[in-house]
Design a binder for this molecule. Structure first.
Ligand code: FAD
Ligand code: NAP
Length: 338
């Protein structure tokens, strides 16, 4: 028997701390209840919004939907070989807790993704990434409930259509409820230190050959020095994706802005959205109740009681300025609902 609550505040369920009320709300603690949840939504003609930690959401004042907070728990070792382990993790597990557990157990690969807020179930949604590592590299498969066909499906890594901060889950909002994620992790540790900030931090501590624990601690320290903790200063992390442009656009921008930072890969030239926003004079600026973080221009923050309109207004002004100055359309990363 499921228990649906009505008119529930979602303010503490989103890290931007936006005021928002869900017309219908349920805590999902048992996967056996999924059919009943989907039936309820269908009988009451409600769309469904699955939420985890609410750290990648931009909510409006009222959500006329069945909001389902995923609280499915459990971490289970499925198979172990000399090189790899397969681990099943339920969607409601805290992501950072899983990273810590993995290092403790000697399962390696995801250290660079430490301290990303939110749940394991949301990790495949935008294929979370940081410091040159993406979750997709370590996802073997995703077990989910397909609302369209009303059946359980197991999607292989390939079927998830992972891309830069993207996947089929993000492209089909509400369709798949991710129940658990199967990770394939290494039993041998290899540090990934491509990002200067991590390397510099470890060197400042005199560490040349970091252990997995050293790397995890370095990621935590570097992130804490730069990114606002949502419980102190509400935010949803990077508000825009880094734009990727072709050679022609890149060369003309580089001519105009010789100090333009860029990273070339197979897809083109990735520009740092934070740098573009900073150049437009937005870093540390405030628009009454909301603003741009002083240490990282990619992060929009809610200073005091800002709402969805405030965030939309700030984001639109930033997008406008970046378009006028650089000719680039910034794409929002957190999911706006509705
Ligand atoms: P939510 O915000 O609750 O949901 C996000 C989306 O996933 C929604 O569309 C929701 O419907 C869907 N969803 C959630 N759970 C499920 C489920 N079980 N099944 C189906 N759909 C689901 N992101 C990065 O990639 N890299 C970073 O380094 C990073 N750093 C951050 C730092 C800060 C300070 C903050 C606030 C955010 C950061 N983020 C980062 C963004 C965010 O933490 C991640 O996207 C995270 O995976 C969101 O998890 P969540 O549980 O909070 O998801
Ligand atoms: P940073 O290290 O100051 O780097 C600025 C930007 O340059 C980043 O966006 C990063 O792209 C890119 N970059 C830096 N070094 C690179 C390299 N060697 N190769 C390719 N790209 C490089 O960024 P930061 O703000 O402190 O964040 C550190 C990491 O955490 C980044 O990977 C960032 O994506 C991640 N993060 C993500 C969020 C989020 O909400 N999505 C929030 C906070 C931090 P990438 O973003 O593509 O890595």
């Amino acid at each position: 028997m499921i228990r649906v609550n009505k008119e529930v505040s979602l303010q503490s369920f989103n890290t931007l701390n936006l005021p928002s009320v869900a017309s219908h709300f349920i805590e999902l603690t048992d996967e056996a209840d999924i059919n009943a949840v989907v039936d309820y939504a269908s009988v009451h003609s409600l769309p469904i919004l699955w939420i985890g930690g609410g750290s990648n959401l931009v909510l409006s004042d009222r959500i006329a939907a069945l909001v389902v907070h995923i609280s499915l728990r459990g971490i289970r070792l499925i198979h172990e070989s000399k090189q790899r382990v397969l681990v099943d993790v339920m969607a409601g597990e805290n992501w950072h807790h899983f990273v810590n557990e993995s290092v403790l157990k000697g399962w390696f690969g995801i250290e660079n993704l430490a301290l990303i807020p939110g749940t394991v179930g949301a990790a495949p949604v935008q294929n979370i990434g940081a410091y040159g590592v993406e979750a997709a590299e370590f996802i073997d498969s995703v077990r989910c409930y397909d609302v369209a066909s009303r059946e359980m499906v197991e999607l292989s890594q390939q079927a998830c259509g992972f891309a830069y901060r993207d996947s089929i889950f993000k492209r089909n909002p509400g369709r798949y409820l991710i129940i658990s994620v199967r990770f394939s992790l290494n039993t041998q540790f290899m540090a990934r230190l491509g990002y200067v900030a991590l390397d510099e931090h470890l060197h400042s501590l005199g560490i040349d050959k970091p252990s997995a624990n050293d790397l995890l601690n370095a990621v935590v320290a570097v992130r804490q020095s730069k990114l606002p903790d949502p419980s102190d200063l509400p935010n949803a992390g990077s508000f825009f994706k880094n734009p990727v442009v072709d050679q022609h656009v890149f060369e003309s921008l580089k001519k105009q802005y010789p100090s333009l930072p860029y990273y070339k890969d197979l897809k083109g030239y990735k520009l740092a959205a934070g740098w573009l926003i900073d150049q437009c004079g937005w870093k540390g600026k405030r628009l009454e109740r909301v603003g741009v973080h002083a240490k990282q221009a990619l992060v929009l923050v809610n200073h005091s009681e800002g709402d969805r309109n405030d965030i939309d207004e700030l984001s639109n002004k930033i997008k406008h300025d970046v378009k006028v100055n650089f000719g680039i359309d910034l794409e929002q990363e957190p999911i706006a609902y509705p």
